[in-house]
Every structure is written in C-alpha cells, then in structure tokens.
Design a protein around this ligand. Structure first.
Ligand SMILES: [Zn+2]
Ligand SMILES: [Zn+2]
Length: 210
C-alpha cells in the first residue's frame, strides 16, 4: 500500500502534471492536467486507476491545457480551483499572450476556498492557500508521506514569477515563509516546473529565500 506519484512534464512550458494514486484502492487524482489529454488518460487507463477528480494549483493555462480533453472522456469529474483564481481561469489563464487556444468551458465544482481537506483513497491532503504567483494559488500537502504539490510557488533554486497578471512578490515570499518553510525539512516538493526538491535543500541553496 502506498501513495504513487506519476510525474509527466507536458506542453509548451513543460509543466509538470501529476497523477497521484492510492495503490490500495486504485483511486487517483490528476493535479494540473498540463497538456496532452490522451497521454494523461493513457497513463490512468494503463495503470487501471479510477480517476476521481482534477485539482488545479492555479489557473495559468499551461496547468489546465488538457482539461477539456479529459472532461470529454470523464464528463462528471469534479474540477477543483480556488475562487480567487476564477477570474484568471475565465480569462483563459494567459493563453492569449502565447497565441494558444485553450478550453476553459468547464466550470469548477470543487472550491478550494471552502474545502480544507481532500482525499485520494485513504490519504488526506491539506489545502494551503499560497497566493503571490496568482491570486488564488493553492498547494496540496500530504502529512503522512511528507509531500507537497506546490505548483508555481517554490522551485528548485527558484520561485514563481510575480510579473504576470495578479502577481505580488511580497505575498509570494510570505506564502513561502509561512506555508513551505514551516514544513518538515524532509518534505518533498513536487513543483509545477522542473525537478523535485526538498524543503531543507531550498532552505540551504535557494537564493531567493536565504
Ligand atoms: Zn503559473
Ligand atoms: Zn506554470
């Protein structure tokens, strides 16, 4: 029995899509369906997993490019987002700037501002409100496994951009200090882009926060 994490870097910005499953019951969730719905669905089906929900860390287009394609195959799937990122989602998450088409026709049904805890099988996840990169950015922390799906907040030796719409540098640093650096040192950070890292590694080497 274990929590299984499949990491798929996808799309024009190599955004990390995570498929997270409880091997005991085969239930899984897709966190940030970045791009290429067929690839994501292929992994879910090959593993024989039951897709339960889609959780978005935030509403930039490169984190939900495969949403429409997945919802075609799973039309009743709950879609989670924080209400403060709804405006960004409805605006297409910045896809216009890149001249890329995006399907944002599916309305969120699971609100991360109203929910505190989420489940994949028997594993519970706390929703941490960590704005700054976007107004309604959240992260998902699993206490027993010490892992966090952090989106575009804290990267390996980097932090999220704050020059995009709704970004705020002071807020981002505050989110990192309050909600990331207070986690156990051996917590694994699964970021929205690039390599995984740990809280202790970032405390020691991240030039933006030391
Ligand atoms: Zn982003
Ligand atoms: Zn991103």
């Amino acid at each position: 029995m274990a929590l299984i994490v499949e990491k798929l870097p996808l799309g024009p910005l190599e955004t990390n899509c995570f498929i997270v499953a409880d091997s005991a019951c085969n239930n899984c969730v897709v966190i940030d369906p970045a791009w290429d719905a067929n690839k994501i669905i292929g992994v879910v089906e090959n593993k024989g997993w039951n897709l339960q929900a889609i959780w978005l860390t935030h509403a930039h287009f490169d984190h939900f490019g495969a949403l429409g394609g997945i919802m075609e195959s799973y039309p009743d799937l709950p879609l989670g987002l924080h209400e403060m990122d709804l405006e960004l989602y409805q605006a297409g998450g910045g896809a216009k700037t890149w001249g890329l088409p995006i399907d944002n026709s599916h309305q969120p049904t699971l609100w991360f501002d109203k929910t505190k805890t989420l489940y994949i099988g028997k594993y519970n996840f706390s929703i941490l409100f960590v704005p700054g990169h976007s107004p309604g950015h959240v992260a998902f922390f699993q206490t027993d496994s010490n892992i966090i799906f952090g989106g575009d907040v804290l990267f390996q030796q980097g932090i999220g951009r704050t020059d995009l719409y709704g970004g705020n540098h002071t807020q981002l640093i505050n989110s990192i200090q309050m909600h990331f650096l207070t986690l156990p040192n051996d917590t694994i950070v699964y970021p929205g882009h690039g390599s995984n890292t740990t809280i202790s590694a970032e405390k020691q080497t991240n030039p933006y926060i030391i």
